[in-house]
Design a protein around this ligand. Structure first.
Ligand code: ARG
Length: 253
């Protein structure tokens, strides 16, 4: 009798344990909280990669992620937030992946895992036409507008005499508004958004070729190898079958 009791107890404990392992594995299978939904975090004021149109987040990143989600048999959900909130949202599981024209950087690699890269960019300086500024040498004592937490802001930190000359904005559009209003003398931002801003504002000039190339990649939470591998595989597919190139052609001028 005693033996049977012990046997039953062992069975109960074993099945609870197996159950727990199974649940854990379920989650691990997709690397996402909801196995059917891929939650992408972005900051949608960064054309042509992400911007608002008709109340929706659209752009290169949104379309690329929609295709990746489709490959994974998942529904894509996009969450728009401040750019500098993205790493925390990723770390605490509020989002599964960042797709935000995000540049790969060693310091970022400490807190997140980057996918394969998908785009080469470089920082550009936006100035007002007729300002006479020709390069960063002319801007070392000027006020520089940047988006908080971006590589543009790190580049600006390199060439100003004093960090107090750097004015941070919650997005690139606001920095450009400040330039037009005379609150800053230049804006440092990625080349493609810079081109888009200059296209809709005829009084802006771009200074290119001052900074090194950067690579964009998506990012998943540190250690989420399951999702990283799945996304890389899906991305390889849409790159291989030409679908990704079509998106590039559609959005990059
Ligand atoms: N490439 C820059 C960086 O990683 C700027 C990205 C800004 N992206 C955005 N969606 N607002 O720092």
């Amino acid at each position: 009798m005693k033996k049977i009791k012990i046997f039953v107890m062992v069975l109960v404990v074993a099945s609870i344990f197996l159950g727990l392992v199974a649940c854990k594995n379920d989650k691990k299978d997709t690397g996402t909280k909801d196995p059917k939904v891929l939650v992408m975090g972005t900051n949608a004021a960064f054309p042509p990669f992400e911007y608002m149109e008709g109340g929706q987040v659209v752009g290169l990143d949104a379309e690329m992620m929609a295709l990746i989600a489709k490959e994974l048999g998942m529904e894509l959900k996009i969450v728009d937030m401040d750019f500098d909130s993205l790493p925390t949202a990723l770390a605490n599981g509020q989002i599964d992946i960042i797709a935000a024209g995000l540049t790969v950087r060693p310091d970022r690699e400490e807190t997140m895992d980057f996918t394969d890269t998908y785009y080469t960019a470089a920082q550009t300086v936006i100035v007002l036409k007729d300002s006479g500024y020709e390069g960063i040498v002319d801007l070392s004592d000027k006020l520089i507008g940047v988006q908080t937490g971006t590589t543009g802001s790190f580049c600006a930190e390199e060439f100003v005499n004093d960090l107090s000359q750097i004015k941070t904005f919650q997005n690139g559009m606001l920095a450009v508004e400040a330039l037009k209003n005379g609150q800053v003398d230049a804006v440092v931002i990625d080349n493609n958004p810079a081109k888009e801003y200059a296209e809709i504002n005829s009084n802006l000039d771009l200074i290119e070729g001052e900074f090194a190339d950067e690579m964009y990649a998506m990012a998943v939470a540190k250690g989420n190898k399951v999702l990283l591998d799945r996304v890389n595989e899906a991305f390889a597919k849409i790159r291989g079958n030409g679908e990704f190139d079509k998106i590039i052609d559609k959005y990059v001028k």
